[in-house]
Ligand binder design. Sequence first.
Ligand SMILES: Nc1ncnc2c1ncn2[C@@H]1O[C@H](COP(=O)(O)OP(=O)(O)OP(=O)(O)O)[C@@H](O)[C@H]1O
Length: 293
Amino acid sequence: MRHIHFIVNPIAGSGKHLITQKFLHNFFDQDNYVVKIKKSDYKKHAKTLTKDSIKEGADIIVACGGDGTINEVASCLVNTNIALGIIPLGSGNGLASNLKIPKRIDQALNLIKTNTIKKIDVGRINDHYFFSNTGIGIDAQVIMHYENSNERRILSYIKSSLKALRDLNYRNKISIDINGEQIETYPFLVFISNTNEMGYNISLTPMASLQDGLLDVLIVSKMSRLKSIYFGLLILLKKHHLIKEAKHYQTKSITIRQANQTAYDSQIDGEFFNIVSETIDISLLEKSLHVIA
Ligand SMILES: Nc1ncnc2c1ncn2[C@@H]1O[C@H](COP(=O)(O)OP(=O)(O)OP(=O)(O)O)[C@@H](O)[C@H]1O
């Protein structure tokens, strides 16, 4: 008997989904599978539900949602033999796209049935794991406005990006240690990625791989508002590497420090976090998550 637990975020993406016990029994026969569905009721609830499922002996735990839900579920599965399944119900679905998990629910469920395991790298930023990407700078500000908007559509990302640009300031100088180099900069963006897609087919780190034992880092230094808009257009055209303020690195670890500040606005897998610390340490745990993909 294989025990599969589905953790469903009811507000992810459009908020519409077909995942019911009856629907799942079309895919997982009751002679071979024990299927359980749990619904998250609030932010971080998926973590508690996943921890309970681990205690209940689940063999596979399926995150049904976007990158935020995957982060909550997968954070509990790092360095275990329990496999993560993914049903991409989110708006962006960056990690699922990178893993080529089908967007159609029936196809994604059939994939889970195959139980084909891939071991993938996991990123860590201080006490948090990330599976897709993390960043400080304009991305964190965009996510902050997006979360405050209480809308979950691409248009809300566009509006949030415009607000973040309007409020752009370069008050904090940071120092970055990477590959033996020390970089001092007023950052527009420091983006650290494990995957080659952020969702919506947009990528800042097209060379990134989930299995190469490396993090891809994009450091973009201070630039004018006008140039930031140009940078945004270049991202859409996949040509953002062309501006001189953008530098790309591959690394296993990176440390960020800032003078006179003890907190960082950041985003972790598309969720806003205020990290209270003088230093940010980012590292990679090689192939430490089992994913069905
Ligand atoms: N019942 C709930 N009510 C409100 N928020 C919830 C609930 N359950 C989960 N959440 C939160 O919803 C947030 C968004 O989830 P998720 O990232 O999975 O979807 P998404 O934003 O639509 O997708 P993506 O990140 O791929 O764009 C997460 O922070 C999660 O903790």
